[in-house]
Design a protein. Structure first.
Length: 269
């Protein structure tokens, strides 16, 4: 069943132009300084041509649920997906949304100093000002109440989400949201899937955090299961005034103190 992607409007995008480009299963919502719809379309087509061509010759790449070895002469995006999957123990297609978002985003960066590409909840961001990214976690009370704060110097940045309760992507877990931050959206996507697979209940949040800490290249992770939230790394959360929800018109205006918030499991570095 189709689920409206209301979360797409939960990124503060003042000063940017929004546009959408869809090619088959690839459905991107993009922001840039100007409308780059045609340029984004060409970038998507290039990504899909390379990926579909490789899958045609290596069909197991599409269905593998475990790491899949590829040759050194495979397309760069294919190698990036395989390498990220190998590092976290999942199949390479677990990184496909992040890979396409990052590859399209880096192409558009040649034409716009600021770019945000969202692909099914996975984001590649390059910004010159602080941005807030609202968090959608199904029926969790955290949905619409908190947001990630992203500073310009942190970007380019991948912000990728895996969920066992939202969307159609495969997850063996039941977390409402596992959000991973990394300079590589490809790695962030694969890692979010791997961590999400570990979360069967709220009591598994520490296990997910520990797993994330051992993945080189991650900046941080946030895990939500129902009314429980775990956080590790360079993750800054903002909250709305009590009783408000995150909408296009809201302003994030109260920084959350990790020490004083009701977080059942926490560890900051």
């Amino acid at each position: 069943m189709y689920q409206p992607r209301t979360y797409r409007h939960w990124v503060k995008d003042e000063g940017l132009v929004s546009f959408k480009v869809t090619v088959k299963e690839t459905d991107l919502y993009l922001r840039a300084r100007r409308n780059l719809e045609q340029e984004a379309l060409r970038a998507i087509l290039r990504c899909r041509l390379l990926l579909e061509g490789y899958i045609c010759d290596h069909p197991a790449f599409l269905t593998a649920l475990e790491p899949f070895s590829v040759a050194k002469d495979a397309p760069e995006m294919v190698r990036e997906m395989a390498e990220a999957a190998q590092r976290v123990g999942v199949g390479p297609m677990a990184a496909v949304a992040g890979a396409i978002a990052e590859n399209v985003g880096r192409e558009l960066m040649k034409m716009s100093p600021e770019v945000i590409v969202e692909n099914g909840g996975d984001i590649f961001m390059k910004t010159l000002k602080k941005r807030a990214v609202g968090i959608y976690a199904a029926d969790s009370p955290f949905t619409g109440k908190i947001a990630l704060e992203i500073e310009p110097e942190e970007t380019p940045l991948g912000i990728c989400t895996s969920s066992g309760t939202v969307g159609h992507s495969l997850s063996y877990g039941s977390a409402d949201a596992v959000i991973v931050l990394s300079p590589s959206a490809v790695l962030a996507d694969a890692a979010a899937t791997a961590i999400g697979n570990l979360i069967k209940e709220a009591g598994d949040i520490p296990k997910g955090i520990e797993f994330a800490q051992n993945i080189e290249g991650l900046k941080g992770v946030l895990i939500i299961n129902g009314d429980k939230l775990g956080i590790w790394g360079e993750v800054k959360i903002s909250g709305l005034v009590k009783g408000e929800r995150f909408t296009d018109e809201d302003t994030i205006n109260s920084e959350w103190s990790i020490e004083n918030s009701i977080l059942p499991w926490k560890d900051r570095v």
